[in-house]
Write a protein that binds this ligand. Structure first.
Ligand code: CP
Length: 306
């Protein structure tokens, strides 16, 4: 059964059937990653360009690894050191790369909507690897995959997303995906970092972490995005840690076995204490591994739509 769309631009509006198909397909690819030889042939002969206009460690390497595991040919593009610095437009850059007979483009960009624009001007499949504060669909998918792997289901679980919701593309993709899959979704953080429109999406809003924690199955902790000036929205990092930092003491007080997630990179001892990040309760590194399987599934499924 194919996906309904030729591109993966976001999880907003994606059907439960398509989400389920990606998650189920990723199970087979996750198994491939445990084999001694971690390579399969489905994308042999396909060429994929990774266009990264913004910094990344996990997403860029994970896509590249997923592509190589599927036997695709991989082109790496980073804005730094490219002709973007000579004033070349996004449109010209993308069309020149496509002229080299590229089948799929994975793009990260600081501007919300940049992958949507790209999907209208090139024929290749486009995968959004994070666009501004808008969406990060493969992160949302790998988070859901990790929850399902750890807890056996998504439907009916209470997933709380903590912290800098306002600047977070990860929060948006998680909210859309988790709501479609039947989870109870809440957000928690300072009022200044939670956009008002969230309640319209059916998301519960909390401002006191200790109030929501005793009801939570999964806590997805977001990074304070200092590079997007998030530090202006609360008095100090120390104050933030006192109010919202995920600490061992706070989790013990909640009296519940909460699964701790974080998309990375982590600000240790700001939004999460180092011991919690490295504890058995944390699935942060499983998220990273599952990201490769999810990206393999997305690329494999989209390739049949070209
Ligand atoms: N989670 C995530 O998107 O990390 P990177 O910015 O390192 O890709």
């Amino acid at each position: 059964m194919p996906l309904n769309s030729k591109h993966l631009l976001g999880l907003d509006g994606m059907s439960r059937g398509d989400l389920q198909l990606i998650l189920d397909t990723a199970v087979s690819f996750r198994e491939v990653l445990d084999r001694p030889i971690k390579k399969v042939p489905p994308l042999q002969g396909k060429t994929i360009a990774n266009m990264f206009f913004e910094s990344s460690t996990r997403t860029r390497l994970s896509f590249e690894l997923a592509e190589r595991r599927l036997s695709a040919d991989v082109l790496g593009f980073q804005a730094t050191g490219s002709s973007v610095s000579k004033g070349e437009t996004l449109k010209d850059t993308a069309r020149n790369i496509e002229a080299m007979k590229v089948d799929m483009v994975v793009m990260r960009h600081a501007a919300a909507g940049a992958p949507h624009y790209l999907s209208k001007i090139i024929d290749a499949n486009v995968v959004n690897a994070g666009d501004g504060s808008h969406e990060h669909p493969t992160q949302g998918l790998l988070d859901m995959f990790t929850i399902r792997e750890k807890l056996g289901r998504i439907e009916g679980l209470h997933v709380c997303i903590l912290g800098d919701i306002a600047h977070s593309r990860v929060a948006r993709s998680n909210i859309h995906g988790l709501k479609t899959m039947g989870a109870r979704v809440s957000v928690c953080g300072p009022a200044t970092l939670i956009p008002r429109e969230l309640e319209r999406l059916g998301v519960e809003v909390y401002h006191r972490l200790d109030e929501v924690l005793p009801e939570v199955d999964v806590l997805n902790v977001l990074r304070i995005q200092l590079e997007r000036d998030a530090g202006r929205f609360f008095p100090s990092l120390r104050e933030y840690h006192l109010q919202y930092g995920v600490t061992r003491q706070r989790l013990e007080k909640a009296g519940r076995d909460i699964t701790i997630m974080h998309p990375g990179p982590i600000n240790r001892d700001v939004e999460i204490s180092a011991d919690v990040a490295d504890s058995d309760q944390s699935v942060i590194l499983q998220q990273v591994l599952n990201g490769v399987a999810i990206r393999m599934a997305v690329l494999y499924l989209l390739s049949s739509k070209n």
